[in-house]
Design a protein around this ligand. Structure first.
Ligand code: ZN
Length: 347
């Protein structure tokens, strides 16, 4: 089983100061992959630069030139949460390019799957606005690129970051070529992602939101994936699966209030890998979004690579959430989402 790692130290040059989204996240992940011997089991790729034309498949030209000129004039705040430095424009082009490299390596069969460890993250960056630590929407650019270059018509994007990927949803809201499935804490930043947001026009039914109440954890996530995503994916028959990985639903990540464990992340990715094998020759490309507890991000990334390599054992040094509460209201909630999307488990 060949698993690709897309990374370059250039990602550390997006200097955000003492912001929670800082270069230590990738430093911690990469040193853990080296210390545990994981890195040498992977096929490493350097990311390429995304072209302006590629970025403009998702973003307005005026927005792209705004980011460029903001970098040239020294950087600064793009919105109340999102800051950039003079290097951030080029680094953001490499973050989008990292996803493109992952897609290329998977679609040409060089590797079975690939995980792009990039920053800045992307899923909140809309066509014309930086939001939520994100500058360019890496995964949306990756999906547009795959459709334009590999003669494919159906892509599944799965987003398990604790925040709703508002901008990824928006990019494909009226598009039947991309099925967007998201689990996220709700209500929470950025405020979108209720279960009645299901797409418009041609895209009606191709957005599947599974909002989660604060405190829910592994059991609820796995049921959401198993009982809603799996049948929806089988019906959709994707030719490529892209994943926005966020480690911020972990119980030890203080940015949010979910209770997922590292082994929970591993089980989710295992399910996605099995779907990819069943439906699309294993074509699976992942990219990093959020996750701010350094130990969780490091062990979570290692666990994902263990799954991609088909290793039976996954190491979870932090274990399950210390207190697991009853998930009040989950059954009704699940039933409602199934009714909206007519998903009956076909097993
Ligand atoms: Zn997040």
């Amino acid at each position: 089983m060949k698993a690709g790692l897309v990374y370059d130290p250039i990602y550390l040059e997006h200097d955000t100061g003492d912001h929670v989204e800082n270069s230590q996240r990738l430093v911690s992940i990469m040193s853990h992959l080296e210390e545990t011997g994981m890195k040498e089991k992977l096929i490493s790729f350097s990311p390429r630069l995304a072209s302006i034309e590629e970025v403009e498949m998702v973003h307005a030209p005026e927005y792209v030139s705004h980011i460029k000129s903001k970098a040239e004039s020294g950087g600064g705040w793009l919105d109340p949460d999102t800051v950039m430095c003079p290097r951030s424009y080029e680094v953001a082009l490499y973050a989008a390019g990292g996803m493109l490299t992952a897609v290329e390596k998977v679609m040409t069969g060089e590797v079975d799957s690939a995980f792009a460890l990039v920053r800045p993250p992307g899923h909140h960056a809309t066509s014309n606005r930086a939001m939520g630590f994100c500058i360019f929407n890496n995964i949306a650019i990756g999906a547009k690129f795959a459709i334009a270059n590999f003669n494919i018509e159906r892509i599944l994007i799965v987003d398990f970051d604790v925040h709703h990927g508002n901008a990824t949803q928006e990019a494909f809201y009226n598009d039947s070529k991309v099925l967007y499935f998201s689990t996220h804490q709700y209500p929470f930043y950025p405020g979108t992602g209720w279960l009645d947001e299901t797409g418009t026009g041609q895209g009606k039914g191709y957005t599947v939101n599974f909002p989660m109440s604060a405190g829910w954890g592994d059991d609820e996530y796995l049921r959401a994936f198993n009982e809603v995503l799996v049948p929806a994916a089988r019906k959709f028959q994707p030719q490529l699966i892209l994943v926005s990985v966020g480690f911020d639903p972990h119980w030890a990540d203080s940015i949010a209030m979910m209770q997922v464990s590292v082994s929970g992340f591993a089980q989710i990715v295992k399910m996605l890998r099995q779907l990819a094998v069943e439906l699309c020759q294993g074509h699976l490309a992942l990219t990093l979004e959020g996750g701010y507890n350094l130990e969780v991000a490091a062990s979570g990334t290692r666990a994902i690579f263990d799954v991609l390599l088909d290793n039976a054992e996954v190491v979870d040094p932090l274990g399950k959430a210390p207190v697991i509460r009853k998930a009040v209201g989950f059954e009704e909630h699940l039933k409602r989402i199934k009714e909206i999307h007519h998903t009956e488990n076909q097993d």
